[in-house]
Design a protein around this ligand. Structure first.
Ligand code: NAP
Length: 266
């Protein structure tokens, strides 16, 4: 029986998920198809999922919290993050997962000698990354432009600062999860603060993919090892595919066609 998948979001026309998933479905000779669905209202997500008779779906901005709330069961780290980017229907239940978090970890796990990590930003992506990295044993600090979004992290016992009370100290890795640099030439924090942080750091990671943001360009000038968000995007898709097909295909089997598709798309 054919299996149908989609990605829900708004906007959604830019999403490359259908292309990489469909290429992988075709390569592995699976009877299935992956589309994209523009959603106006997050409250319609469950109805749409059921009407489209989906086996599974990915959920992107701004509906990950809606997805978390509609699931009958939520697995793993998605429970902490309270955001779901992958849903499957199993035994008439909707089960939610978060693959952004382990996808990010896959992308940096080969980097060694890291203890202290500073995460810039306090949005949905910062939540995913902070929980997985804390779970893996790193010491995590968050720095956000404003105070409000830090409440969630303070409640979850993370060390948190906002711009006005932050004093730069030593961090091995600095991760930009803000959208500064996405559609502009902004740095995520003031240049003099970044310069101080980069003096003592080894790695600078940006979750924005397929471009060298001003944050990464400055890190490069300081001779840091830099990485953009392309690998995070790839691995969250590999892990979602694994879930969609009930772990029938090993990661390396999924990764090969996905990487190939990525090379042509990004
Ligand atoms: N590579 C991947 O697979 C992947 C996956 C998911 C997301 N992303 C990327 O991650 C980024 C963040 O997404 P999100 O969903 O976490 O966003 P979000 O929930 O809207 O959070 C945005 C955060 O960025 C801060 N911010 C926004 N503009 C800023 C600026 N000009 N200067 C400093 N701080 C700024 C906000 O601070 P305030 O609280 O002060 O407003 C907030 O903490 C996006 O660029 C997205 O494309 C990549």
């Amino acid at each position: 029986m054919s299996k149908y998948f989609t990605i829900f979001g708004n906007p959604i026309s830019h999403s490359i998920s259908p292309l990489i998933h469909n290429y992988t479905i075709k390569t592995l000779q699976i009877d299935g198809c992956y589309g994209r669905t523009l959603l106006e209202n997050g409250n319609d997500l469950k109805k749409k999922f059921l009407n489209l008779k989906l086996t599974g779906a990915n959920i992107t901005v701004p509906f990950k919290e809606n997805a978390y709330n509609l699931c009958d069961e939520v697995e793993g780290i998605a429970q902490n993050i309270q955001a779901v980017n992958t849903i499957i229907k199993k035994n008439n239940k909707l089960i939610g997962f978060n693959t952004d978090a382990p996808g990010f970890y896959e992308s940096i796990k080969s980097y060694k000698n890291i203890k202290n990590i500073l995460i810039l930003g306090a949005g949905g992506t910062a939540k995913a990354i902070s929980f997985i990295l804390k779970q893996k044993g790193y010491k995590i600090t968050l720095l956000n432009r404003s105070q409000k979004r830090l409440d969630f992290f303070i409640k979850n016992n993370f060390e948190c600062y906002y711009w006005d009370n932050f004093i730069p100290t030593q961090y091995d890795m600095i991760i930009n999860t803000t959208s500064a640099g996405l559609n502009d030439l902004l740095l995520p924090i003031k240049k003099d603060v970044l310069d101080k942080l980069f003096l003592n750091a080894k790695y600078a990671i940006d979750v924005i993919y397929n471009k060298q943001t001003p944050f990464l360009s400055l890190a490069k000038k300081h001779n840091l090892i830099i990485k953009d968000g392309s690998d995070m995007l790839l691995y969250q898709a590999v892990l979602a595919f694994e879930i969609f097909f009930d772990f029938k295909y090993p990661k390396n089997v999924i990764e090969k066609p996905m990487k190939y598709a990525f090379k042509f798309l990004l």
